[in-house]
Ligand binder design. Structure first.
Ligand code: NAP
Length: 328
């Protein structure tokens, strides 16, 4: 028989938004459960240097920061469960049902911070090339490309930041971008243009990823969108950074999303379901920073705390320092 647990708050996801929500909810004595998924920290755990999170810079990696988030959240009473959410039922009102592999949680409130995953090119050879030269994570796989020549696909901040990181390993990094100017911020652009290991292939898309007989990536077929010319480019690694897809499918259409699948929230991080809140990259298509996700997670937690207080008709059980609006 399934393990059934009754909870006041379930936080789905363990990225910056989830941990920030967990710290506030735990300090408000809600004893939250965080269902962490299979990668603690989400994409943050896959990020190399963090240098734009206020107060944190100088050799702090994503995994270091995740470890600090975890320590802090657990210190205040968050229970972290390493499991995946397989389905939810938000249709009944409270308690909401959140099902993981072996447990059914019945929760008074839910904060969804389940993030987004790297988008695929969806070209022939991409899926079979994963682990054999195709990657979506420089931090995870860069080391395997020491002394090799690689390509990076994309023109946003992620592509440029990862390309710069990959120059630590690869002898040559060519950035393939479908336009003739980058989307990335100017500071990153300048660093890339100044880096002697980085060059650009403009106005081009990858049509297929080719492999040798042993399955290891050997090159890409490129199409120049201006001339229509198709060329073969030998390469030993293809790193793809072309944006993300929000992980909203598990909610089975119960949470309202925009056309791209990002959960729609109001300015208090409330979803269309009363008592279900969302924060971080699952609802933020635009900024996607550690700092913005943390702020959203805090806001969602405070909204949830207020929502629970109003529902229970009592402030006594909660930490008023965190739960009440700031006293002036
Ligand atoms: P992004 O900003 O959406 O950029 C995606 C890039 O991939 C764009 O250059 C886009 O081209 C290209 N692209 C999309 N689909 C493609 C396809 N099918 N084939 C070829 N190219 C394709 O995504 P991101 O770089 O992951 O960044 C997401 C957000 O996170 C942004 O808001 C970014 O500022 C933020 N971020 C910030 C930092 C930082 O501040 N350190 C680091 C990483 C990410 P077009 O330009 O032509 O659309």
């Amino acid at each position: 028989m399934a393990n059934i647990k009754r909870e006041r708050m379930v936080i789905i996801g363990s990225g910056p938004a989830g941990f920030a929500a967990a710290v506030y909810a735990a300090r408000a004595q809600l004893n939250p459960v965080m269902i962490a998924g299979d990668t603690l920290g989400g994409q943050l755990g896959l990020t190399h240097d963090i240098e734009n999170y206020p107060g944190v810079f100088g050799g702090v990696s994503g995994t270091d920061l995740v470890e600090r988030f975890k320590e802090q959240a657990e210190h205040f009473g968050t229970r972290i469960v390493y499991d995946l959410v397989h389905s939810v039922d938000f249709s009944t009102g409270t308690p909401f049902t959140v099902k993981t592999t072996d447990t059914t949680y019945l929760a008074d409130s839910v904060i969804v911070t389940i993030g987004a995953n790297p988008r695929k090119l969806n070209v022939p050879g991409e899926d079979t090339g994963v682990g054999r030269g195709v990657s979506y994570c420089g931090t995870c796989d860069g080391f395997f490309f020491r002394g090799k020549e690689i390509v990076v696909v994309g023109g946003g901040d992620s592509a440029i930041e990862e390309a710069l990181f990959l120059t630590k390993f690869a002898t040559k990094v060519e950035i393939i971008h479908r336009r003739d100017s980058l989307r990335a911020g100017v500071a990153l652009q300048k660093r890339a243009f100044d880096n002697p290991k980085i060059s650009f292939i403009w106005n081009s898309v990858v049509e297929s990823i080719d492999a040798a007989a042993d399955g290891v990536v050997s090159g890409v077929k490129l199409k120049n969108l201006v001339t229509g010319e198709v060329t073969d480019k030998p390469t030993q690694g293809v790193f793809i950074f072309i944006g993300h897809t929000p992980n909203s499918a598990v909610f089975g259409g119960q949470l309202a999303t925009n056309d791209a699948g990002y959960v729609i929230t109001d300015d208090l991080y409330r979803t269309n379901i009363d008592g279900v809140f969302a924060a971080g990259e699952i609802q933020d298509e635009q900024w996607r920073q550690v700092a913005t996700s943390v702020g959203q997670g805090v806001s969602a937690a405070m909204s949830a705390i207020h929502w629970l207080q109003a529902r229970e008709g009592s402030l006594q059980a909660l930490d008023t320092e965190e739960a009440a609006p700031a006293a002036q």
